[in-house]
Design a binder for this molecule. Structure first.
Ligand SMILES: Cc1cc2nc3c(=O)[nH]c(=O)nc-3n(C[C@H](O)[C@H](O)[C@H](O)COP(=O)(O)OP(=O)(O)OC[C@H]3O[C@@H](n4cnc5c(N)ncnc54)[C@H](O)[C@@H]3O)c2cc1C
Length: 474
C-alpha cells in the first residue's frame, strides 16, 4: 500500500467527521478543516523558503519527495547525490469545494490519494496520469497525459493557480491572469528548474462509480488515425486512448462513465490490462480501477510468466519497480539503455512517422494517447508551432525496448521528430546538443522566468538537468 502518512490520515478523519454533520453545519466545519490545513501548509512553506534562503555556494540542489520519482531511471543521475530540499511532508489535500468543483492540494499529493478523496464527493481531477503515485507537482513539472487529454490536454491545463517557492525563498502565487502569468505557464515542463511548487489549485469534474470500455479494432494506422480524428471531432466519449499491438492491429479504447456495471474487472494482480484490449470487445471497471489500470506497467508489465504473476503480480506495482531501480541504480546500463520514451506527433504526420518507426524500431506494442492542442504553450519555441495546422497530437509511448545493436535509438528518434515537427517529453534519456535543444524549447521565455525565480541557478537549467546531469554528465 502506498504510505499515506499522518497529514493525509488527519485530513481523512476530519472529512469523515464532516460527513456526519447536518448539512447546515457542514460548510462551517469544512471551513475550519481548511483553515487547519492552511496553517500547517504555511508552516511547511516557511520552513522550505528558509532552507532555500540559507543555501550558500554553487552546488545545485534536488527535491526529496515522499513518493518515488517517475522519471525514467538513469545510471548515475546526478540528482541522486545532490543536497536535498525536503518537501516530503507536502502531502495534504487542503480543500475540496464540491460546489465550485475545485481542489487545493499540496504538490506531493499522489493521484491515487487525490482520486480516492475527490470520488467521495462524486468528483475527479480532470486529467489523471495512470500511475498511482505520480504527484500533482510532478505531473505539472514533468509532463502528464492520459485518456482525457484528447479533450483537456495535460493536467496543467486544468490548473488555476500555483504557489511557487523561488530559489531565493520568495513565495509567489501565480495564475494565468496575474503579474506572474508567464511564470505560471513556464513552470509546466520545467522539471523543477524554476522553483518548488508547493500548492496547486485545479478543477474537478463530476464522475460516476464505473467506467464502461469499448474496444474498436483497426487493421491499419490510417484507419486508426481516421477513427481517432472522428472521435476528436465528435467528442462523444469521456475517455480515449489505445494500444498499437502491431501496425495491423490497432485498438482504440473508448470509455464512458456509467452508474451501473454488470460486472467489474481489475488488473492489479494476475491479469494484464493492455493485453485485455486485444482479447476483449468491452469491459467494465470501478472508476478508480480504470484510472490506474496501467499501474502494474503500461506495456512493460513484469513479471510476465503466469506462475510468476500468480506469485508476485500483486506486489510488483509501478512504484515498487521504480523504487527498486532507484536503489539498484548501479545495475542500470549506461550505454544503450532500454528505450522508454514518449513522443508527441501531429495527427497528420502519424502515418509517415509510423512507416519510419516500423522500419527503424519495429517494436510493439505502443501506448497511444490523443492529446488536444489546447493552446500554443509558452515553453515551446515559437517556430515549432509555425505552419502547424493540427489541432490534435498523438502521444506514442515505448516502454522498455531493448535492442543491443549499437544504435542510439533515443538519438534516432530525436532526429526524426525534428524532421516531421514532433517533440518528445524530457523524462527519458536525451541527447540533444544545447543549440538544438533551445531551438525546440523557448529560451527567451525560460531565461526571463529563470532570472526572476532562480537567478543563481540553484536548480540547474533545463538543458543541463534533463540532457546532461540526468545521465551523470557534469
Ligand atoms: C514507466 C513510466 C510510466 C509513466 N506513465 C505515465 C502515465 O501513464 N501518464 C503520465 O501522465 N505520465 C506518465 N509518466 C511520466 C510522469 O508523469 C512524469 O515523469 C511526471 O513528471 C512524474 O511525476 P512525479 O510525481 O513522479 O515527479 P518526479 O519524477 O519526482 O519529478 C519529475 C520532475 O519534476 C520535478 N518536481 C517534482 N515535484 C516538484 C515540485 N513539487 N516542484 C518543482 N518540481 C518538482 C522533479 O525535480 C523532476 O525534475 C510515466 C513515466 C514513467 C517512467
Amino acid at each position: 500500500m502506498h504510505d499515506r502518512g499522518p497529514p493525509f490520515s488527519a485530513a481523512r478523519a476530519a472529512l469523515s467527521a464532516l460527513r456526519a454533520l447536518a448539512p447546515g453545519r457542514r460548510a462551517a466545519a469544512r471551513q475550519r478543516v481548511a483553515e487547519g490545513g492552511q496553517t500547517r501548509h504555511a508552516e511547511k512553506v516557511t520552513r522550505v523558503a528558509e532552507q532555500l534562503r540559507q543555501r550558500r555556494g554553487p552546488e545545485p540542489v534536488s527535491l526529496r519527495k515522499r513518493a518515488v520519482s517517475h522519471m525514467v531511471p538513469k545510471r548515475g543521475d546526478l540528482r541522486r547525490s545532490d543536497p536535498k530540499i525536503d518537501i516530503s511532508d507536502f502531502c495534504e489535500i487542503l480543500e475540496i469545494d464540491p460546489i465550485k468543483k475545485i481542489c487545493v492540494a499540496e504538490a506531493g499529493v499522489t493521484f491515487v490519494d487525490l482520486v480516492a478523496a475527490t470520488l467521495r464527493h462524486g468528483l475527479v481531477p480532470i486529467v489523471v496520469p495512470e500511475l498511482k503515485t505520480i504527484t500533482i507537482g510532478g505531473a505539472v513539472s514533468g509532463c502528464s497525459i492520459e485518456s482525457m487529454s484528447f479533450r483537456y490536454g495535460g493536467f496543467h491545463d486544468t490548473c488555476l493557480e500555483y504557489e511557487l517557492i523561488t530559489a531565493t525563498g520568495e513565495v509567489l502565487v501565480c495564475t494565468p491572469e496575474n503579474e506572474h502569468a508567464l511564470i505560471f505557464q513556464m513552470v509546466h515542463g520545467a522539471f523543477g528548474t524554476l522553483g518548488v511548487l508547493s500548492r496547486l489549485t485545479f478543477r474537478l469534474i463530476p464522475a460516476k462509480p464505473f467506467v464502461k470500455l469499448t474496444y474498436e479494432k483497426y487493421p491499419s494506422i490510417d484507419a486508426y488515425m481516421a477513427a481517432i480524428a472522428g472521435r476528436f471531432a465528435r467528442q462523444d466519449v469521456d475517455f480515449m486512448d489505445g494500444i498499437i499491438h502491431a501496425s495491423s492491429e490497432c485498438v482504440l479504447s473508448l470509455g464512458e462513465f456509467v452508474d451501473e456495471a454488470p460486472y467489474t474487472s481489475s488488473y492489479d494482480w494476475y491479469k494484464i490490462y493492455y493485453e485485455s484490449t486485444r482479447e476483449r470487445r468491452e469491459d467494465y471497471m470501478r472508476a478508480a480501477d480504470y484510472f490506474f489500470r496501467y499501474d502494474r506497467g503500461v506495456t512493460n508489465v513484469r513479471p510476465r510468466a503466469p506462475i510468476l504473476r500468480a506469485l508476485l503480480g500483486w506486489y510488483l506495482n509501478s512504484s515498487r519497480v521504480l523504487r527498486l531501480a532507484e536503489r539498484m541504480n548501479w545495475l542500470l546500463r549506461r550505454d544503450n539503455p532500454p528505450v522508454t520514451l514518449d513522443v508527441f506527433v501531429p495527427l497528420s504526420k502519424v502515418p509517415e512517422f509510423m512507416r519510419w518507426y516500423e522500419r527503424e524500431f519495429g517494436y510493439f506494442p505502443l501506448w497511444c494517447v490523443p492529446y488536444r492542442r489546447v493552446r500554443d504553450y509558452e515553453w515551446i519555441a515559437d517556430r515549432w508551432y509555425q505552419g502547424m495546422k493540427d489541432q490534435l497530437f498523438v502521444d506514442l509511448a515505448i516502454y522498455g525496448m531493448d535492442k543491443r545493436d549499437g544504435r542510439n535509438y533515443h538519438r534516432l528518434m530525436e532526429e526524426k521528430l525534428a524532421e516531421i515537427g514532433g517533440i518528445k517529453t524530457l523524462i527519458s534519456h536525451n541527447f540533444y546538443s544545447e543549440a538544438e535543444f533551445w531551438s525546440l524549447w523557448n529560451k527567451p521565455n525560460y531565461d526571463a522566468v529563470k532570472a526572476r525565480t532562480d537567478p543563481n541557478n540553484l536548480f540547474r537549467d533545463l538543458y543541463t538537468k534533463t540532457c546532461r546531469a540526468a545521465q551523470g554528465l557534469r
